[in-house]
Design a protein around this ligand. Structure first.
Ligand code: COA
Length: 427
């Protein structure tokens, strides 16, 4: 039977797909970020009571997350492997669980049976002439989750770009297909303020021509990209591909020519940005989306010489411990690929990692450089892993420094209003 016959046999209404495949008590995994399906979760929600005891598990979800409605919590258990806007309140209120895990290790969690998924739901482009559909904007952990699942449900969306790399899913790998046609969710470009531009300028000074960049999530990493327009021959090997990186590619600042690993390719595991970014990646063989373990494993990252990893944080204490995830006891974000890249850059020949953050938060009322992390906060990047830390007051290198030296260095880049108080806490 040719794939077209198989394809038409598998196309069903969303409610039918849910009824045929999902059993009470199942764990349903979803692709992350803008690849998270849009129609299928709505159908699941309709049958939530009937499907009692199901769990839905995924990373960042951008856009609609109907399964997070508070009234559904008695029917649907929620497991987050990255906390973001759509899921933060549920975690705070105890309606959802957060599971901390290095991004590169997630696929192994499924393959080793540490995590279980019964049904995977994905969003894909329509099939090509040979029956291949593209995962489009997100690969991430999806291939591993599909491998271990009893069934795969695909939402076929003509708005999903067809991207290159290891993004193809054949119709034969999928049990049922449902039709969707909503725009792929987008996030607007961030608008750098004076503080983030000042930080960007300090970080840009650390980036030598010919370096390969990882750009983390948040306003500061984006601002750094704006400050790199005079650089030459930069490369891109990053978990998240954003509009800022696309701008540098369009300007020829990033050309991937001097990369030691996969030269002439931008290597990423997901796209997060505007429609312009998705159009850029559509059918573009120079943008390669790979499963996360082939992008953020520190040993893979380290194959890039002069790797520069640029990430942000919520707090850094005077020991140099980095908290990028919590505000007190509130789980604000997730570990994501931060530690993967900090360690990968450390292992890279000539590599550097930078934690870049504004010196204050909450409209200048609190210092982000603190004597001790807040009660309930966690350490994302440890003091032995941390390398450079930058604020709008400068950049310091903590590698190899004593406890006292690193505290003194950090006080020197704190907001002047908090420096005296912090100096009293130097160990
Ligand atoms: N105390 C109180 N409030 C704080 C705070 C602190 N120490 N630090 C930040 N906040 C507040 C800010 O004031 C801001 O509030 P507002 O929105 O009302 O202005 C909010 O928390 C968000 O802080 P901000 O610094 O603007 O966050 P961001 O969007 O730039 O993201 C991280 C920063 C650290 C959350 C983000 O980089 C992240 O999620 N990192 C972890 C994962 C990672 O690094 N992955 C790497 C590759 S993707």
């Amino acid at each position: 039977m040719d794939w077209k016959t198989r394809f038409s046999d598998k196309v069903v209404l969303p409610e039918e797909a849910i009824r045929r495949v999902i059993r009470p008590g199942d764990i349903i995994g979803g692709a992350m970020t803008c690849g998270f399906p849009q129609v299928l979760p709505e159908a699941i929600v309709q049958y939530a009571e009937e499907l009692s005891g199901i769990t839905i598990m995924h990373g960042i979800v951008v856009g609609n997350a109907p399964h997070y409605a508070p009234h559904l919590s008695k029917h649907i258990k929620l497991r987050n492997i990255f906390v973001f806007d759509a899921t933060r309140d549920a975690v705070r209120e105890g309606r959802a669980d957060y599971v901390p895990m290095y991004f590169y290790e997630m696929p192994e969690c499924w393959r080793n049976g540490i995590w279980k998924t019964d049904v995977t739901m994905i969003q894909v482009s329509p099939p090509d002439v040979d029956g291949y559909m593209s995962l489009g904007v997100t690969v991430g952990y999806t291939p591993a989750m599909m491998e271990v699942s009893r069934a795969v449900l695909a939402e076929v969306n003509p708005n999903m770009p067809r991207t290159h790399g290891e993004t193809m899913v054949h119709v034969s790998q999928v049990d049922y297909l449902v039709e969707g046609d909503r725009p792929v969710p987008t996030v607007p470009r961030s608008k750098p303020d004076e503080v983030s531009q000042a930080i960007g300028r300090y970080v840009a000074e650390l980036v030598d021509d010919g370096s390969t960049l990882q750009i983390g999530i948040g306003a500061i990493p984006d601002a750094v990209l704006n400050c790199l327009t005079e650089h030459k021959d930069l490369g891109l090997h990053t978990e998240m591909f954003s509009d800022g990186a696309m701008d540098l590619l369009n300007k020829g600042v990033i050309n991937n020519a001097r990369k030691s690993y996969m030269p002439y390719k931008s290597v990423v595991t997901f796209l997060l940005g505007t429609k312009e970014l998705y159009d850029y990646a559509h059918e573009n063989p120079s943008v390669v989306l790979l499963p996360v373990e082939k992008v953020t494993h520190p040993m893979v990252i380290a194959q890039n010489d002069k790797m520069v990893a640029i990430n942000s944080a919520l707090q850094v204490d005077l020991y140099g411990q980095v908290n990028a995830e919590t505000i007190g006891t509130l789980q604000f974000s997730g570990v994501g690929g931060q530690v993967d890249f900090v360690r990968g850059a450390t292992l890279s020949k000539g590599g550097k990692s930078v934690i870049a953050l504004p010196s204050t938060a909450a409209n200048g009322t609190v210092s982000r450089i603190v004597p001790y992390l807040d009660y309930g906060s966690v350490v994302t990047t440890s003091r032995c892993d941390v390398h450079y830390v930058a604020t709008e007051y400068g950049v310091v290198n903590l590698k190899g420094k004593s406890v006292r030296e690193r505290a003194e260095a950090l006080v020197s880049i704190a907001h002047p209003r908090f420096r005296d108080e912090l100096a009293k806490a130097i160990p």
